[in-house]
Ligand binder design. Sequence first.
Ligand code: C5P
Length: 234
Amino acid sequence: MFKNPVFCAIDTPEIETARTLAALAGPHVGGMKIGMEFFYAHGRAGYEAVAAAGKPVFLDLKLHDIPNTVASAVRALGPLAPAILNVHASGGRAMMRAATEAAKNIGTGMKLIGVSVLTSLDGTDLEELGVKGSVCDHVRRLGALARDCGLDGMVCSAHEIEILRAECGPEFLLVVPGIRPAGAAAQDQKRVMSPAQALECGADILVIGRPITKAADPAKAAMMIAREIEAVRR
Ligand code: C5P
């Protein structure tokens, strides 16, 4: 689906910085990712500033509400035509079904993917929330439910690729953040993987932010990552 699997996470509060980063990274990545902080601050204008780079956009808004509200939100976002949009799988079956239906009716081929367990949560947090079993068990359960509801894939940590691939099959789109190319600092990411390793494990899309956006030369950093990927794909 995406020839270049790298989606650059444009995490900045500044619309002009976002436009510049997207223009610099654009020629060397497969797409852009924007999240709720940037979208809540800049809305449609912010989206368009990033989309102007001409690449598909992953709108990472992690929708989570009752089915009717989430379906309405998906419809409201339709005119922006993001390539990928996500909802929390823990919103449940009816919510994911309503979101899938709404996404299909938009007719732009938008992929709707689920968020499983936030990587900021561990086993103790899940226990406190009344969730039984390990984080892996819960990721597997949410993956199976998301697939049953017709979602196209899941955001997951590199360490969950194998579980979800086994549970949800080869067509399920696995979108993976926490990626660090050789030599890049991990920053606050605790369990990182290189682009090559993550692709080897079965990732479809790699979300990479600071190794590109905080580099002295973002275009060069994105190009080096693209080269690293081409080398392993040859
Ligand atoms: O800068 P970095 O490469 O760490 O950016 C990763 C991006 O992916 C950020 O936008 C971050 O919010 C997002 N993300 C993540 N871990 C998750 C889900 C999303 O790092 N579990």
